[in-house]
Structure formats: C-alpha cells, structure tokens
Design a protein around this ligand. Sequence first.
Ligand SMILES: [Zn+2]
Length: 318
Amino acid sequence: MAAAATFLRPSARAALAGVWLFVWLSWAAPAPADPLPVFEVAPGVFVHAGRHEETDATNAGDIANCGFIIGDDAVAVIDSGGSPTIGHRLREAIRVHTDRPIRYVVNTHMHPDHLLGNAAFLPDQPDFVAHGNFQAALAARGDHYRQAFDAAVGHAAAAEVRIIPPTLVVSDRLELDLGGRVLDLVAWPVAHTDNDLTVLDRQTKTLWAGDLLFMERAPAIDGSVLGWLRTLDALAKEPAARVVPGHGPPSAPWPDSAADLRRYLGRVVEGVRKVQAAHGTIQQAVETAAADEAPRWRLFESYNPRNVTAAFAELEWE
Ligand SMILES: [Zn+2]
C-alpha cells in the first residue's frame, strides 16, 4: 500500500492516511458501550429499570434498578448495575445527558446486582458511598459473589469485576451537595440487609429506597423481617412524593407503593408464627407461610422458601 501511495498526489496521500488512521483507531479503541435506557422520573433524576430475572449471560446482571442524579456541579450514581458491562452502559447514559464530573457512586446495600457496575466508574475517581456495615458484609460475601457471577455470566465478564471498598461511610445521616441540589442519605438498622442506605433528593422529593422496596419481584429477606417492617414504618414518614424501588418500575408514588411489600412481609410473619405456635417444623412453615401471595410476585418460588426459612430462625427466638 505504501508503494501505491507514492503514485498519488500529496492531498490524496493525506486523505488515504486519514482513512487508515480512522480504520486503525476504530480497531484499537474499545467500542463505546451502548447507553443504558433511562427514564427521567423527576427533573435531573434518571432511572434504569432492571429485568425481573436472575443474573445470566444474556442479561449481564441487568436485574436491578440503577441510575443517577445531576446537580449544577456534579453527578451522583445511585447503584451501578449488576456487572461492569451494565456499569459502562450506565456511564454512557450519563454522558448522553451531562459532561459534569461523576463525584459519587452510592451503593444502597451490598447485593451484587446493585454494585458490580462500580468498576466502570473507577476512572472518574468518585467517592464510593455506603452504609457503615457495608464493607464487613461485602468482605464476607465478596468471593462468593465473584464466583457466582463467573458461573452465571462467564469468565471474561468476571475478570472485570472489582470489589471496591467504600471511601465515604454513612453511620447515621449524610448530606451530599451536588451543587444547587442536596441529597440526604440515611443508614438504616437491619432490614432487607444490615447495610441498607436510602437517598432522598430534596429538590424533587424523590426517595431512592434501594431494596427496602421491592415491587412486582418477590423480595429477599437477608436481614430481619421484623426490622424491615419497622423500617418501612419509619420510611413512610420521609417527606417524599415518589420512590425509586430497588426492583420494580422506575418510580412509584410514596408511601402507597410499599403496601404490597408490607402485606407480604406481614403474611410471612403471621404464617411462621402460626406454625411455631403449633410446634410445627420449618418445612411446614415453608409449605404454608405466605403461600397465598404466590400469584402476586415474580420469582416467588425461588424466594419465598428462603424468606420463610430466614423468618423461622428469627422468630424462633422471640
Ligand atoms: Zn438486595
């Protein structure tokens, strides 16, 4: 090609060089990630709704809600998606709307479908923000999460996973100022997990509840069923007009949208107590507690037996 190019006029040679440079750059540069579809639930508040599925190679962990809030000076990511791939796609979605710096990546709790996208934001050097109990919980589960992700999604995707410790910890309450916009973060007592964190955008009264609110998809009790019910009572008093659930639609009215979750958790408690009062077994509780809730929730068969088992252990010590 170099020999042929010498027969061309200088302007043609320059054009040809430009074409080759373009071809080389296209080959050498990583393809930009496809922006994740997001919905603006309130001015400057963008949410991507994950699928009601278990993580696999097809969905790449896109099974939980995630998104971002844009202030005058900076952006906060609230949950980063269930894989580095989803994190990269969330980052591209942010760049569609703003070029302001991504200063915070907030994780609402330590479950992998909410945080494995964190690695995509390392180049932004944000503060990674989480509950005071988050790091211990993640240290205990991190290897398991990585292995489970490897098995479900594949080695190549798993090689990109980074378990990133928080750089900013919330032990009670914390304000994050994005410039003309303040976020109120609250660290809750044990409920869905022992490290649930919520984010309230004061400007739009949007409450980001993480997995303290499941809608449509069966919830998972990984903390305390009684604690979760108490936390829902306290959360109902937050001055919010709408909520972003951890699983479910991008947003819903608050607090009305917690009614299904509250009823389900109540049915679990009621069903387990009934079996325990009759000196029945865990198996009897698994077969009966909250059984009438089955048609109301996706993935119910995968989660209700585990929830009843967890509640049985918790309520046994009352
Ligand atoms: Zn969760």
